[in-house]
Write a protein that binds this ligand. Structure first.
Ligand SMILES: C[S@@+](CC[C@H](N)C(=O)[O-])C[C@H]1O[C@@H](n2cnc3c(N)ncnc32)[C@H](O)[C@@H]1O
Length: 299
């Protein structure tokens, strides 16, 4: 199962809706509905829309949450055509625990499976196709620009050489090759971590989709509506932070990014890199005028 991350913090992020009725909720990354389940019990949600690009999540939602209008698509595709105004919107980016744990989805460098990494099973291009078909420069860009690997040249050269003899088909085939070429630099940090992250981001176009969807979702919020976004990757968080700061339609609810407590990180190690930002549409509350009283006293 999937343990929802930063759950209390997401609830706090929507606390301005505590007393409101008839709320419209949008969950762009429904997963197993962990966040939704708690939110629907705490807030007076009248209508829920959701998307997930994974067929397994859609099946689960249809079986367990009949009241949610969920569609099997990317949240960007939903946002492009949505005409409903939204009060509360949540994007909990990245992969779910079931996706990571099922070896046949090909996300994990710890479990052997096909080198797939598609969240949406209808997508054409798998990670294996990128590894077997991309040019040297394209591979280098995937690992440095998306995976943030500082020195990937040796691994890229090894991919080009190895694939001449045998195509890459499985996760462990790639992970073991990276381990052989780069070796372990940091205890507890598998050398394939960032390479796999880069591939996953490119296979699913995750950064591009998030960057394009946020302005649309902000636009679709009601006045005082809120958009909460949880990221697990520094590049994703930078996109969210910049778009929230640049938007003329509202403001960031918290000055500082929200991260999990030590206790949450201990209980759920997958939450360790999570970051939450919350945006509110409309004008920010007026700051108290510290000098107003003094001016009055002078009169
Ligand atoms: C971290 S999980 C969400 C878990 C969920 N909040 C819960 O508590 O169960 C991310 C989910 O979002 C989906 N997803 C990721 N990016 C997406 C996108 N751009 N559009 C639609 N679904 C997406 C994944 O398939 C996955 O099921």
């Amino acid at each position: 199962m999937h343990v929802p991350v930063l759950l209390n913090e997401v609830i706090d992020g929507f606390s301005s809706f505590k007393e409101k009725k008839g709320l419209v909720y949008f969950d762009g990354t429904f997963g197993r509905g962990g966040h939704y389940l708690k939110l629907k019990n705490l807030f007076k949600i009248e209508k829920s829309y959701a998307t997930d690009q994974d067929l397994a999540a859609i099946k689960y939602a249809n079986q367990n949450f009949a009241e949610v209008e969920i569609s099997h698509e990317n949240f960007f595709d939903f946002a492009k055509k949505n005409t409903n105004k939204i009060d509360m919107a949540l994007l909990d980016l990245g992969v779910s625990s079931p996706q990571l744990d099922q070896s046949d989805r090909g996300f994990s460098f710890m479990r052997d499976g096909p080198l797939d990494m598609r969240m949406n099973q209808n997508l054409q291009r798998t990670a294996a196709e990128l590894i077997n078909e991309c040019s040297e420069l394209e591979l280098f860009k995937i690992f440095s620009d998306y995976g943030e690997v500082q020195k990937s040249a040796k691994v890229v050269r090894a991919i080009l050489k190895d694939r001449e003899i045998q195509k890459f088909e499985t996760t462990l085939q790639l992970a073991k090759m990276i381990e052989r070429v780069d070796g372990w630099q940091k205890k507890g940090f598998h050398p394939a971590t960032q390479y796999f992250m880069g591939l996953r981001l490119v296979v699913n176009q995750e950064l591009e989709v998030t960057e394009q969807a946020i302005p649309l979702l902000i636009d679709q919020l009601n006045d005082q509506g809120r958009l909460a976004i949880i990221t697990f990757h520094s590049l994703e968080d930078r996109i969210v932070k910049n778009l929230f700061n640049e938007s003329k339609l509202g403001f960031s609810v918290y000055k500082k990014v929200i991260v999990p407590t030590d206790e949450e990180c201990k209980n759920n190690p997958r939450s360790r890199s999570a970051k939450l930002r919350v945006f509110q549409k409309g004008l920010p509350p007026e700051k108290p005028d510290k000098f107003a009283l003094r001016r009055l006293q002078r009169l």
